[in-house]
Design a binder for this molecule. Structure first.
Ligand code: S3P
Length: 427
């Protein structure tokens, strides 16, 4: 385990190009592995999570090579993966496990998926349930609720599935299985979850349609390969957006950030708090909207963040909590029960670690209330959660004392160069 001590920054200045989007990178690898032909994916995120996806795909017979951030994939075809001769290790990555369950449900082969200690505590019934309804045999520990999970797929039928929680991973798993099912598969979402899978499948020639809160897909004979550039990850940019607003002497530019509307809840919430965030001209990269983002020191005020906005910033809650800790008044995060089943219980871990830095945080069943004020120094830990580690580092930059972060290596899950970028902004 690595420990890092971060001191408060006197000022923060600079231009950062955060790494490629994690969600888009996973999908670009998986879908191109199922396509018929070759594709080059630029700005692929070579973080631990996406490397788990690549390793799993290789075990299933997919052919790819990675040179820096350029991934080349020679697609096996929709039905061209083969039975793995070992257990598929998804590491820390829920996206790898849940989306691959959807793909493997289309194959009449035996697959076993597992992951690290964190992933083995995360709920899998949410994908097992609809995939079983489609005809796949899914089992796992605790009655199929926990990994290791086994999948025996094949002969699927399309279903209409109303998701009980807004989850892009569940939606994606069902849509991917729908590629192999007989008839139409329809997923209804209770709130807008990220839509990268739908966008990419459509760009690859699949019959995907959105109607209101539902997405439907028809079985496909083949997918066309999709060469693309991955937009920079707004969930990584989130840390510098918060740092730039919450620090009293900051101006930070983030280039080429994906601003897909299903991902921009944090920007909306921070603007409502009074954050000075300007977005440059919007362009399209890899079928996704991107823009440069400039943030400057702002006088933030507490707000209530709830409903769809929370669904659109679910990974950014730890970062938002740091902004809230520097705002005037109280910020309430509601409707965020999903935070309890992320890489850590992010309600409990964000609250306890900010409390360790002297911030007053009230933990609630489905959210938290953060009282703004000063952030002090202290000793905290990441619980192996990359986003918590990065949020705590930003808290340190904007605080009044040194912060010792145990488990700092967790950042490599989604942002391997995080500590280098932090030092560049401080210089
Ligand atoms: C992701 C979906 C979200 C998110 C995760 C990545 C994805 O999870 O928290 O980090 O790439 O589909 P849920 O689908 O469980 O909400």
């Amino acid at each position: 385990m690595t420990t890092r001590t971060i001191s408060p920054a006197r000022r923060l200045r600079g231009t950062i190009s955060v790494p490629g989007d994690k969600s888009v990178s996973h999908r670009a690898a998986m879908l191109n592995a199922l396509a018929s032909g070759e594709a080059a994916v630029h700005n692929f995120l070579p973080g631990d999570d996406c490397m788990s996806t690549l390793a799993v795909l290789r075990q299933l017979g997919a052919d790819w090579s990675l040179d820096g951030a350029t991934l080349r994939v020679r697609g096996a075809g929709l039905r061209g993966l083969r039975e793995a001769d070992g257990v598929l290790d998804c590491g820390n990555s829920g996206t790898t496990m849940r989306l691959m369950c959807g793909v493997l449900a289309g194959y009449d082969v035996h697959s076993v998926l597992t992951g690290d200690a964190s992933l083995r505590t995360r709920p899998m019934a949410r994908v097992a349930e609809p995939l079983r309804q489609m005809g796949a045999r899914i089992d796992g520990r605790d009655g199929g609720r926990l990994a290791p999970v086994s999948v025996r797929g094949g002969a699927l039928r399309g279903i209409r599935y109303a998701m009980p929680v807004a989850s892009a991973q569940v939606k994606s798993a069902v849509l991917l299985a729908g590629l192999y099912a007989e008839g139409e598969t329809i997923v209804e979402e209770p709130a807008p979850a990220r839509d990268h899978t739908e966008r990419m499948l459509a760009a690859m020639g699949a019959h995907v349609r959105r109607e209101g809160a539902a997405v439907s897909i028809r079985p496909a004979a083949a997918l066309s390969p999709l060469s693309m550039r991955v937009p920079n990850d707004i969930s990584a940019a989130a840390f510098w957006i918060v740092a730039g607003l919450a620090h009293p002497d900051a101006e930070i530019t983030l280039t080429g950030v994906g601003i897909n509307p299903t991902r921009t809840g944090l920007i909306d919430a921070l603007r409502a708090m009074g954050g000075d965030i300007s977005t440059g001209e919007e362009r399209t990269v890899g079928g996704e909207p991107v823009a440069d983002i400039v943030v400057r020191s702002s006088r933030l005020e507490g707000v209530v963040v709830a409903g769809d906005t929370v669904a659109r910033m679910i990974d950014e809650a730890p970062a938002l909590a740091v902004a809230a800790a520097r705002a005037a008044g109280t910020t309430e995060v509601r409707d965020a029960g999903e935070l309890r089943v992320k890489e850590s219980d992010r309600i409990a871990t964000t609250a306890s670690q900010l409390q360790a830095l002297g911030v007053r945080v009230e933990e609630r069943d489905n959210g938290m209330a953060i009282e703004g004020g000063a952030i002090g120094g202290g000793a905290v830990r990441s619980f192996g959660d990359h986003r918590l580690a990065m949020a705590l580092a930003v808290a340190a930059l904007c605080g009044t004392g040194d912060v010792r972060i145990d488990g700092a290596e967790a950042v490599s899950v989604s942002y391997p160069a995080f500590w280098d970028d932090l030092e560049r902004l401080r210089a």
